[in-house]
Design a protein around this ligand. Structure first.
Ligand code: COA
Length: 160
């Protein structure tokens, strides 16, 4: 078994149009994690944002094991300034959690947000996952709310 510190673990950008097989692998990971594991309705998990989002796929050797996406927001979050992005669909297959892959995925998405000159990132964190985002520098904004039948909190991180 490899570990996250070995070079076999990597995160790459994928284009839904050009890298169709890889995009289907990302959708399959989301299906396992969100639709099967968390009982999120497929009608919510699959949305129109996928077509315009910047997607990444995490690999452990030949196996696709995690994914996430970045979408540029049309409106600045209340109380902020500049152009912001939203991270979402962060998913790592169960057997691969706790090995630094989630961190690698989020860092890739943040790096892309930085290349685009975005002022910050917001996301809707499932409450159980908030400590993960907090470790990555995100702060909670506002009260808990329900989304897809799961308690969430809005989180934000300003980018330097
Ligand atoms: N609670 C507390 N700490 C957590 C955590 C959790 N649920 N998940 C990760 N962490 C911590 C890790 O211990 C690690 O801390 P360290 O740097 O001090 O060692 C750090 O966050 C980075 O963790 P990492 O191993 O990179 O996270 P991961 O690969 O397990 O991925 C998720 C994190 C949330 C993407 C993954 O658990 C997942 O896919 N969950 C199911 C889908 C989901 O809920 N997605 C989030 C939707 S908002």
């Amino acid at each position: 078994m490899s570990t996250a510190s070995e070079p076999t673990v990597r995160v790459m950008h994928i284009d839904p149009e050009k890298d169709r097989g890889d995009f289907h692998a990302a959708l399959a990971i989301r299906e396992v994690v969100f639709i099967e594991e968390q009982s999120v309705p497929e009608s919510i998990e699959r949305d129109a944002e996928d077509a315009r989002a910047w997607h990444v796929l995490a690999w452990d050797g030949p196996h696709a094991v995690g994914t996430g996406r970045l979408v540029e927001l049309p409106e600045t979050p209340e109380g902020e300034s500049g152009h912001w992005g939203q991270v979402g669909r962060m998913a790592v297959l169960t057997a691969h959690r706790g090995r630094g892959l989630g961190r690698m995925i989020l860092e890739h998405l943040e790096a892309e947000a930085g290349r685009r000159g975005l002022s910050g990132i917001k996301l809707h964190a499932q409450v159980h996952a908030f400590p993960f985002y907090e470790k990555m520098g995100y702060r909670r904004v506002g009260d808990e709310f329900m989304e897809a039948g799961i308690p969430h909190v809005e989180c934000r991180k300003a980018l330097a």
